[in-house]
Ligand binder design. Structure first.
Ligand SMILES: [Zn+2]
Ligand SMILES: [Zn+2]
Length: 342
């Protein structure tokens, strides 16, 4: 089968011909129908985040149809439409037992530590596969499994309550979901901060108040729009020290900043003014939980989470096309989410 793989960090991905993966007794073999290209994949290709063993097929936002179900699989069968939870976990270590399986001692993320979905087929333990209702297109099922689920986890971690105000920094693949999920949770007002006019317009259509950080200081704008109070919850989805600082400085008293954007660079703030005086909190957001996925699938099915605008482009399973998408993610291009349709 064809697979687009990371062979060497810092180099373009390559199309390789590889064997169709082996299906273990508890596994399912899935024919990939859609695989999202995520900003994390740009980090992986660049070598900013470890990927091994190489060569390895990237792609952790995957939906498709079960081709073969192993003999021990009883809740899924060939022909089922599924989307895949990207963490393959053991299910019995202390982290898995406590429902924090993103820290599983032997957990392996697909498209990072085992072959992912930039391929014609992927094999995965059946408990990582969730049935995708017929109303939800594969493309949406795929992106649901990273950008939407991480946004949901960020809002859970930030303990967002109905009636609170929220600022979302970054209206990319995660931000579009974060805006809608915050509103679905009952946020009284959602501010969406970005510098791309098209993304800000999309955020506006989804019910957020857009703030163009290229035109005005987003901290001043948020303070002005909230009568000086600031927001109860800020979510940083960009991964830049500047936007982390801005998001933190936008908080109200007892406000919570959830950070899901990735950077190795430190960000600065004034502890007395920003942290102590406000009893503010900074919360890290790592991945998401399998138990959060059924709620997401249900909200998409009900139309409370509309992902139809998120996918701005489709490409074939072609190394050149995929590398170009990753190049544009490096420069924060206009696309919200590009999906590979093999
Ligand atoms: Zn992702
Ligand atoms: Zn475990």
């Amino acid at each position: 089968m064809k697979a687009v793989r990371l062979v060497q960090p810092g180099q373009p991905l390559e199309l390789q011909e590889v064997p169709v993966p082996v299906v273990g007794p508890g596994d399912v073999l899935v024919r990939v129908k859609a695989a999202g290209i995520c900003h994390s994949d740009a980090h992986y290709r660049a070598g900013r985040s470890p990927v091994y063993p190489l060569p390895l097929t990237l792609g952790h936002e995957v939906a498709g149809v079960i081709e073969v179900a192993g003999p021990e699989v009883d809740h899924l069968k060939a022909g089922d439409r599924v989307c895949l939870h990207y963490m393959v976990t053991c299910g019995h270590c202390e982290y898995c037992q406590k429902g924090n399986e993103q820290f599983c001692r032997t957990g392996k993320m697909i498209g990072k530590y085992r072959d992912g979905g930039y391929a014609e087929y992927i094999s995965i333990p059946a408990r990582s596969a969730f049935v995708l209702p017929p109303e939800i297109p594969f493309e949406q099922g795929a992106i649901l499994m990273c950008s939407s689920s991480t946004s949901l986890h960020a809002l859970h971690k930030a303990r967002l309550k109905p009636g609170e105000t929220v600022a979302i920094f970054g209206v990319g693949g995660l931000g579009v979901s974060a805006v809608q999920l915050a509103l679905a949770f009952g946020a009284s007002q959602v501010y969406a901060v970005d510098i791309q006019p098209a993304k800000l317009e999309l955020a506006r259509q989804l019910g957020a108040r857009p703030i163009n950080a290229a035109e005005a200081d987003p901290v001043d704008e948020i303070r002005r729009l909230t009568g000086g109070k600031g927001v109860d919850v800020a979510v940083e989805l960009i991964g830049l020290p500047l936007t982390m600082r801005q998001a933190f400085k936008s908080l109200a008293i007892q406000g919570r900043l959830a950070i899901a954007g990735i950077t190795e660079q430190p960000f600065t703030f004034e502890p007395y003014q920003d942290l102590i005086n406000r009893e503010a909190e900074i919360i890290g957001v790592s991945d998401h939980l399998a138990q959060e996925i059924p709620l997401l699938i249900e909200w998409v099915r009900e139309g409370r989470l509309d992902l139809s605008h998120v996918i701005t482009r489709r490409v074939l399973l072609d190394a050149k096309a995929i590398n170009r998408v990753l190049d544009s993610l490096e420069t924060f291009g206009e696309d919200v989410r590009v999906v590979i349709v093999p």
